[in-house]
Design a protein around this ligand. Structure first.
Ligand code: PEP
Length: 256
């Protein structure tokens, strides 16, 4: 819907809690070589990024600087500083050159009791520090099977709109990640994804023209092109397949 030439196409890797210095060095170095400055995609320009565990932000900065690949984190504190043991602020992520932070991933909503209000607060904290939040939304299998998908997603999105306002939502990236498709090998079909993305785009109102809507959930080299060809899909958030360049690179190129 709308003029998709206005929207940035992106593929973002979510490493989750994977990695170690030696293996990361090989993967980050290979990513930097695969995507040297300004060289992602022969067709439409695609922004490629990886969201790494906090301890590896400095390593990502050191190995990706000078390449076209950006980096970021997988969570952020709603607070800006102070007595919040164990938390990491948005300014700390930008201090390491991060551009993105994932907020509201279903693993955090489910296993760390994160509410939509907290997720929206984290997105606000990220924007205030100059980071682009990637706000994850999605329904469970039970919710899909009981026809609750749109209601659930509308509820998650509306809290973000209430807290941030349309102007700030327009600066966010939104990732539709059906919980039943994450890490299961079972991706949503292109038609299912397009239907939810078109719904989200309508609910985004005035912000819909600029927000990149990513799909996440078992994206692989073999299904990326058909998912990314959908008119309201602007790229992907990639978990397992972002851990090997042989898997990640063709997914990034499929978005071009
Ligand atoms: C994710 O965790 O954001 C994700 C999309 O995982 P996977 O690609 O492994 O399903």
């Amino acid at each position: 819907m709308g003029d998709d030439a206005l929207r940035t196409r992106r593929v973002v890797g979510n490493w989750k809690m994977n990695g170690a210095l030696a293996g990361n060095a090989a993967l980050l170095g290979a990513c930097a070589s695969a995507f040297p400055e300004s060289a992602v995609g022969a067709g439409r320009a695609v922004e490629v990024a990886v969201c790494v565990p906090f301890p590896y932000l400095a390593q990502a900065r050191d190995l990706l600087s000078g390449s076209a690949v950006r980096w970021g984190a997988q969570d952020v504190s709603v607070h800006s500083s102070g007595a919040h043991t164990g938390e990491v602020s948005a300014a700390m992520i930008t201090d390491f050159g991060g551009s993105f932070v994932i907020v509201g991933h279903s693993e955090r909503r489910a296993h760390h009791s994160e509410t939509s209000a907290l997720v929206a607060g984290k997105a606000a904290a990220a924007l205030a520090a100059g980071l682009t939040p990637i706000i994850c939304l999605g329904e469970t299998l039970e919710e899909r099977e009981t026809d609750m998908t749109e209601a659930v997603i509308a509820g998650q999105l509306s809290v973000c709109i209430e807290v941030l306002g349309y102007d700030h939502v327009a600066q966010c990236v939104i990732a539709y990640e059906p919980v039943w498709a994450i890490g299961t090998g079972r991706n949503a079909t292109p038609d299912q994804v397009q239907s939810v993305h078109a719904f989200l785009r309508r609910r985004l109102g005035p912000a819909g023209a600029s927000v990149s809507l990513l799909y996440g959930g078992s994206v692989k080299a073999s299904n990326a092109a058909e998912l990314f060809a959908m008119p309201d899909v602007d790229g992907g958030l990639i978990g397992g397949a972002s851990l090997k360049l042989a898997d990640f690179e063709p997914i990034c190129r499929a978005c071009a």
